[in-house]
Design a protein around this ligand. Sequence first.
Ligand SMILES: Nc1nc2c(c(=O)[nH]1)N[C@H]1C(S)=C(S)[C@@H](COP(=O)(O)O)O[C@H]1N2
Ligand SMILES: [Mo]
Length: 254
Amino acid sequence: MSRLILSRRTLIRGSAAGAGSLMLSGCDKLFENPTFRHTLEGAEDLHKITQRALGRHALAREFTEADMSPRFRANGSREVADPVYRQHLAQHFAQWSLRVEGLVEKPLTLPLDMLKSMPQRTQITRHDCVEGWSAIGKWTGPRLGPILNIAGLKPQAKYIVFHCADLYHGRPYYESIDLVDAFHPQTILAWAMNGKPLEQAHGAPLRLRVERQLGYKHAKFVTRIEAVSSLDGIYGGKGGYWEDNGTYAWYAGI
Ligand SMILES: Nc1nc2c(c(=O)[nH]1)N[C@H]1C(S)=C(S)[C@@H](COP(=O)(O)O)O[C@H]1N2
Ligand SMILES: [Mo]
């Protein structure tokens, strides 16, 4: 493998002549094959190829503690002005609860403690913001899928909408995903980041992690989850804040 990398570097420099030229000419042909060259661009690309082959059920890459970013920037709303939210914040969210409703058999009111006592998933993943920055962080919380199963989705339910406590530039932030992403094993409602309860700037007390998609899909300050059959009647109808108020795509696959 190191031989291959060496010969690739040599090729890039455009000097494939010399002692290893016989072997290099073999590699040369291989490198003319774009698929093969692409495969060698590193683990990152290899991972993307796997994702493409497995489709949207594939897992996003997970990292180790050593990979965690020393600084994880907060973006979009960093504070919530809503007085009800401010009161919960002052009480460390002891009285706060998440509402799960819409096209479900059994609407739920889930206190934060209950969400913390469900089976938890921890994942170290890379957050990619469309504005051009990334950071690796560790997220912990219950998976969304089992919560939706407790509520019991009605057969007409097609999308899950996340309503947030903040206004961003005066308009309510919200996001939505389909059921493939809702039941994806890495889709969690995170209450902890890097081993500590979420800070306000990162979406306290609860935010979505939907690891196969870009940052703006990861709704912070989630207060209410609504199962719907169509996105038409919700705010601008395009399924999310940036979809309605900008040009961002509803499916923001990485
Ligand atoms: N409620 C809410 N969720 C939000 C936003 C926001 O402004 N409000 N910004 C989004 C964007 S664009 C990004 S990149 C991430 C930023 O998450 P962070 O603050 O934890 O870095 O949150 C997303 N979720
Ligand atoms: Mo973002």
